[in-house]
Design a protein around this ligand. Sequence first.
Ligand SMILES: NC(=O)c1ccc[n+]([C@@H]2O[C@H](COP(=O)([O-])OP(=O)(O)OC[C@H]3O[C@@H](n4cnc5c(N)ncnc54)[C@H](OP(=O)(O)O)[C@@H]3O)[C@@H](O)[C@H]2O)c1
Length: 435
Amino acid sequence: MTNTESSSLTTAIIKSSAPILLGPDRSTPKTLVSPSPFDLYSTTSISFFSKCKAAEAAKSDKPRCLFDSTDLSTLLQLCKASMQNKKNNLEMFETLKYLIGAAGASGYGSKSTGEQVTENCGDLHSITAIITGATSGIGAETARVLAKRGARLVLPARSLKAAEDAKARIISEDPDAEIIVMGLDLSSLNSVRNFVSEFESFNLPLNLLINNAGKFAHEHAISEDGIEMTFATNYLGHFLLTKLLLKKMIETAKTTGIQGRIVNVSSSIYNWFSGDTIRYLGQISRNKSREFDPTRAYALSKLANVLHTKELAQRLKQMETNVTVNCVHPGVVRTRLTREREGIVTDMAFFLTSKLLKTVPQAAATTCYVATHPGLVNVTGKYFSDCNEASTSKLGSNSTEAARLWTASEIMVSRGSKAVFDPLTSTFDYDISMK
Ligand SMILES: NC(=O)c1ccc[n+]([C@@H]2O[C@H](COP(=O)([O-])OP(=O)(O)OC[C@H]3O[C@@H](n4cnc5c(N)ncnc54)[C@H](OP(=O)(O)O)[C@@H]3O)[C@@H](O)[C@H]2O)c1
């Protein structure tokens, strides 16, 4: 039996209040009512089992150990099954909570909208925010809500026309909104560098960075920097963008006294990735990759958002900055994210899951909450879903994996480098002569 197994067994025994040693003077438990078959794996069963054993021991004339090794293994199995049962019940409870939109500890839930969660965030006129991917979907709604609350917005996009259209839609609702549109293609590290130098030339403060842009690629493609396109767009571009804007955010927080916030938009699908992150990235970052699976690649990029949040939070704390970073799962909503897979199959999938889908204003709520809520001062390195803090998977909370990804990312974004994956050592190398 491992330590964890024996400690959960001990906890279960303590919870079932079974005595470990019984002698002849101990009374037999009065009535023993067998648990119902539906309760087979519950703590009631464990308690029932313990009481039977207690009754057996009480009949004996010598003090003896209540449980022998066979009993312990039976109990262990009951404990394991009980834990699984509890997990299933918890999952059912969470789904029910989601469906009815019950409020969590924050006072908000799955049905809260961006407007509702920012009602008490105060006036955002002193806040300057960069929101990536604000031309459509969740990013566009986040931008609309933050502009309504008074924030000055910088909206970078690959298409200036699409960004101008997004700006026009916000201005038509809020004529006083201050919005700057700029060019940025997150899949290109050069484009990220150009965007940051142009932004710096405006000499604006920066309080809030919302890394929202994302793509769910259908076809395999490699970025101009030699990285698989989904990863390059959803994660690596944002990694470099954050790195280059950090100095400005730290300075702004210092001079204004307002805590800076970074919000990384991830997805609960990050949980679907298992295996070696760097190895898989290396495999799919080769031309005509046979290993490319669009969903796995998307999950990897979203796991990278979670790990980035974890490692960055740690570094920001160590540097004693007044800037926090958190990540969010917005919920599932039909947006242009699935544009490369439009068709009858996608329509059917959305139709069948329609009861679980959010509206766009609901999907923007968690980002708006984490970006502005006064209750989240000093909260950093956390994962939020339905406007409440949630736990992350074992891989998502692995600090060694987070540090490893950080190191690989630093290499990939090194100026003048082209990332080259070495499958033998599972590491990235870079060849400066390639640029
Ligand atoms: N929808 C969901 O169910 C769901 C669930 C979980 C997480 N998310 C996440 O939520 C975020 C927003 O997605 P959405 O659902 O709102 O999708 P969307 O409507 O497709 O919006 C994606 C945004 O990202 C931008 N973008 C894509 N590639 C870019 C690039 N190379 N450079 C700069 N901008 C780029 C798009 O701009 P263009 O106009 O140039 O294409 C668009 O503004 C994504 O990170 C996504 O992974 C969505």
